[in-house]
Design a protein around this ligand. Structure first.
Ligand code: ARG
Length: 459
């Protein structure tokens, strides 16, 4: 039999494989709530503008609520023959209310319908990402607050560079994730225009009120161009791009947790709740959640690349290619929300080994820059000369098997006569971090000021 929704010109139904490649109901059933909400707004508008009778519109509105509760109860027979969520809902509505159901699709196409449903769905995911990020930032702020003054090695090239504080390191991620929050909020604001009423592509000859449906669905305004409204998926691309950047940040933090929890570092310990064991090595305590978060960027960036590739070069307006948008975004969104929640749990539960942090910060000549800076300040050396003198001192210490503060004054003066005992005051790691008072620097007061600013912003 031919399709009940569009079969008028067809004598035969589709091949089974045609149906299999064409149907999206297997995944777009996730849009049921958005689809029903959009249809209810559309029906109410059709009645308000006199295009439908109030009786018909009411029957449609009520019937759609019945469909909604059937789906929510898990009592809805999704049909592949009916292709997608839009036609499944409408066909069921027809079974429930009869003839008026056929009037719902007046002045509408599945093209503007799906664009509207999907925008509503992605908009919710932007909000979910913002709240997931807010929770994670809260957990990082708590860590930063406890450890605002704990000294740890800062790294470049994963080699000990200069001492920083635990709080400072945590706050670096707060800044990154804060920008992610901004990206999702910006994307939401930009996508918050309503495609409904663009119809297939050209608009409609019916006297619809697009402002009314836009407002009913919580959009700021209707989209201004009907071709654009049904053609673009930039809102989904923007969500995926923001997700990929956010997942990149998460993967870096995850990687640090993996490194820091290793036996060689022992900077942190993950609680039992966030660790797994090995089936052969009884001693193992593996950071699987961190490793998986580190890996999730692969799927999320993959989804972004997939949808960019689908969209590039598509002529206006709607093409069926665009049905490929949903699985990518669904998977990326699920993955991101799970990764955010897991990271929040791990950070909240992390035990930090303050003594190990400080011991690691105190080795590896981490205060060599402080020594060079002191030679500039106290002995008036040009920085390049001070750098060279300090390098020589590091080599001496290394040969002796000690760190800089363990060199004697005589050994230092043998390298440069201007060095006095005052230098020992700058070689300690606490002095080092306390001296980094420049705005945004690692000095504990600077870090505390940033924590206070963020606590206010996060609320
Ligand atoms: N299932 C389709 C999608 O996800 C809905 C729009 C179909 N429109 C059409 N003219 N075939 O994109």
């Amino acid at each position: 039999a031919s399709n009940a929704m569009w079969g008028g010109r067809f004598a035969a139904g589709p091949d089974a494989i045609m149906q299999a490649i064409n149907a999206s109901i297997g995944f777009d059933q996730r849009l049921y709530a958005q689809d029903i909400r959009g249809s209810r707004a559309h029906a109410a508008m059709l009645a308000a503008t006199g295009i439908l009778t109030h009786n018909d519109a009411e029957a449609i509105g009520e019937g759609l609520l019945t469909v909604l509760s059937e789906i929510e109860r898990g009592d809805f027979p999704f049909s592949v023959a009916l292709e997608d969520i839009h036609m499944n809902v409408e066909a069921r509505l027809k079974e429930i209310i009869g003839e008026p159901a056929g009037r719902l699709h007046t002045a509408r196409s599945r093209n503007d319908q799906v664009a509207t449903d999907f925008r509503l769905w992605v908009r919710d995911q932007c909000d979910a990402a913002v709240s997931g990020l807010r929770a994670l930032i809260g957990a990082l702020l708590a860590q930063a607050e406890s450890g605002a003054g704990w000294v740890m090695p800062g790294f470049t090239h994963l080699q000990t560079a200069q001492p920083v504080t635990w709080g400072h390191h945590m706050m670096a991620y707060v800044e990154m994730l804060g920008r992610d929050m901004g990206r999702f909020a910006d994307a939401r604001a930009r996508m918050n225009e309503c495609p409904l009423g663009a119809a297939a592509l050209a608009g409609t000859s019916f006297p619809i009120d697009r402002h009314m449906t836009a407002e009913a669905l919580g959009f700021d305004r209707p989209m201004a161009n009907s071709l654009d409204a049904v053609s673009d998926r930039d809102f989904a691309l923007e969500f995926l791009a923001a997700s990929a950047i956010c997942a990149t940040h998460l993967s870096r933090l995850a990687e640090e947790l993996v490194i820091w929890s290793s036996a060689q570092f022992r900077f942190v310990a993950m609680s039992d709740k966030w660790s797994t064991g090995s089936s052969i090595m009884p001693q193992k305590r593996n950071p699987d959640a961190a490793e998986l978060i580190r890996a999730k960027i692969g799927r999320i960036l993959g989804a972004a690349v997939a949808l960019f590739t689908v969209m590039k070069g598509l002529p206006l307006a709607y093409s069926k290619d665009m049905q490929e948008d949903k699985e990518q975004v669904f998977d990326a969104a699920d993955t991101l929300m799970l990764a955010l929640a897991a990271m929040e749990g791990m950070i909240g539960d992390l035990t930090v080994n303050r003594d190990r942090l400080e011991a690691a910060a105190s080795s590896g000549f981490s205060t060599a820059t402080d020594l060079a800076d002191w030679l500039v300040r106290a002995a008036g050396l040009p920085f390049r000369d001070a750098h060279h003198v300090t390098g020589t001192l590091v080599a001496r210490a290394e040969a002796k098997g000690c760190d800089l503060p363990e060199l004697s004054l005589e050994e230092m003066q043998a390298v440069h006569p201007a060095i006095t005992s005052e230098v020992f005051g700058v070689l300690g790691v606490h002095n080092s971090v306390a001296s980094r008072q420049s705005y945004g620097g690692t000095a504990p007061d600077q870090v505390r000021a940033q924590i206070a600013r963020w606590k206010q912003r996060i609320g």
